[in-house]
Structures are given as C-alpha cells and as structure tokens.
Design a protein around this ligand. Sequence first.
Ligand SMILES: [Zn+2]
Length: 165
Amino acid sequence: MRKSDGSRTLQGARESAPPKAGRLPSPVVRSHLMTEKELIEKAKRARLKAYAPYSNFKVGAALLTKSGKVYTGANVENSTFGLTVCAERVAVFKAVNKGDKDFAKIAVVTDRNPPVTPCGACRQVLSEFVKDLRIVCANLEGKVERYTLKELLPEAFDRRSTDKT
Ligand SMILES: [Zn+2]
C-alpha cells in the first residue's frame, strides 16, 4: 500500500555551494529536490548530536519544509526525565522559530528495529502545523517505513476541539 518514493533520484539537489570564506555555514540546508535518502542521511547525522546519557536511546530527525529547507533535531534528555524533549519537536521548534511552518516530510532515525515512529506528543505538535505530513521512519540498518501523519494520528486535537458551537 505504501509507495516507495525513495527511488526518485532528482539530481542537482545536492547541498548548496561551500560557504563563502569567513562565513559560518548555515544550519539550514536549502534544497528543493531533497530525496528521501538525503533526508534520512541528515536525520542520521543529527542523531549524533543527541543528548541521551540516561537512556542511550538516540534519535535524529530531519524536517523538510515545502519550500525545501531542512531543520534537524536530536533528543535532549534531562535528569528529571519528564523534561526530555524528542528529536522531532526540537526540529519543529527550530523551524517555527525561523518562521517556517509549512512542512512536507520528516525523517526520524533510531538504531531500533523495526524503526520507531514519533511519540504521541510529537504527532500532536506536528499536526498543529500540517495535516498532510509524510513521516519516514528509518534505522541504521537501512530499513525504512513510511506513514502519513493522518495515519498515525487520525483524530488530532485541533482548534475546532475547543470551539464553542
Ligand atoms: Zn516525541
């Protein structure tokens, strides 16, 4: 049922030219033709920045906007546990903070088999901004599973839920 769109190889979408001398590279990578494989690779790299000394469960996320920008995130744990923030939400908050709310796809990478899907809290946070998000869950062995946000959170809480009608 799920279509593989990872096989589409649109060339010419490689990361932009090297940064100009004297400038730090932008944390946001612009590409209108980001392939699924590339997005997963960015999530995999982001995972290396996870702060997970308590669980050692490292998660990386790469969030692609419809304008072609990518925001990455990794989980940040806390000794109180309850204050831990997931990789997906780190990526979403970075994007929103830059004024980007129109998301197309998110890749999530862990070392688990089968690949892990976003938790309920992250699904809800993602649904605040887009209803038609594609979610790609991958692991380090190269296994990839694809979902839509609607599949993972069919009855999201939204503004209508609090409307008095
Ligand atoms: Zn989460």
